[in-house]
Ligand binder design. Structure first.
Ligand code: IPD
Length: 276
């Protein structure tokens, strides 16, 4: 039977609003911090609690749908064509721990391996970004659109150091930052969370984000929000369609800007998250 995307979007918003108070409460408390892959890749009891809550709500309402969640995903993700929910319970966990107010619950919904519904909710700043395929994107209910920037020299670029501290990899990260800032571009920014970063591009506060090493749960929800705001997503070499498991991501206000940035970037080899 046909999926009712309006109902699915409303349900995703309900899920995000339900966990908002858990994040807000935890934000001001001392947390149990555990390392995942390294000292810059962290998880708290709140990430787990938020994911469990959302997964429970989805299983109850849509028992046949697939679910990929950051804290419960297997090492080798299999993304099928089936209806699939993709969840980052707290994107920007380090920000959440430091009380730096850019952390958001990201809930995406994919069909045929493409996101068709996305919600990004930052309960600290009370900002809710939402989109469904063909219906535009909103921030707190108001329509948002991307900038029309086509050249790096007129752009504000977002990129992150990421959570790996591998020496060789960091050399390329820094080299890529240098080649974009020296084009020149107007500047480089980083909020420390992929969701809020891409929402900046979607709402015209920045022009492009690039980063290697993120996972499907960092990019799924916000990619449809960006596309519905008029932007586009690509692989880091400038090719399309984006492979959501390859961890090499450009989110841009225009394809021209994305291709110019892509032409300046050196690839960073990271293992894929799984297969499509
Ligand atoms: C992280 C953030 C960060 C990015 C990392 C992500 P998490 O997500 O989005 O900006 O640089 O690659 O893993 O782990 O806080 O959900």
């Amino acid at each position: 039977k046909d999926l009712d995307l309006e109902e699915i979007l409303n349900f995703a918003i309900e899920c995000a609003k339900t966990v908002g108070p858990i994040i807000k409460d935890g934000y001001y408390r001392k947390k149990n911090i555990e390392e995942k892959l390294g000292p810059a890749d962290l998880v708290t009891e709140y990430d787990k609690k938020v994911e469990e809550t959302i997964v429970g709500m989805i299983k109850n309402k849509y028992p046949t749908h697939e679910i990929i969640g950051e804290e419960s995903a297997s090492e080798n993700i299999v993304l099928t064509k089936a209806p699939t929910w993709v969840i980052d319970p707290i994107d920007g966990t380090t920000n959440f721990i430091s009380q730096f107010p850019y952390c958001a619950t990201l809930i995406g919904f994919m069909v045929d391996r493409l996101p068709v519904v996305g919600v990004a909710y930052n309960p600290i700043l009370d900002e809710l970004f939402a989109a469904r395929k063909g219906n535009g994107a909103t921030k707190n209910g108001e329509k948002i659109t991307v900038n029309d920037t086509k050249e790096v020299r007129n752009s504000l670029i977002i990129t992150e150091f990421g959570s790996s501290r591998d020496d060789k990899r960091m050399d390329i990260v820094l080299e890529n930052m240098k080649s974009t800032i020296m084009t020149p571009s107007r500047g480089i920014r980083a909020l420390g969370a992929c969701g809020p970063n891409v929402c900046c591009v979607a709402s015209g506060q920045a022009d492009l984000l690039f980063e290697t090493g993120m996972h499907i749960w960092d990019i799924c929800a916000v990619s449809i929000i960006l596309e519905e705001a008029g932007g586009c997503v690509m692989n880091m070499d400038g090719s399309t369609p984006l492979n959501y498991l390859n961890r090499k991501y450009i989110a841009s206000c225009t394809p021209e800007l994305a291709r110019e940035v892509a032409s300046k970037l050196k690839p960073i080899e990271v293992p894929a998250d799984g297969v499509e």
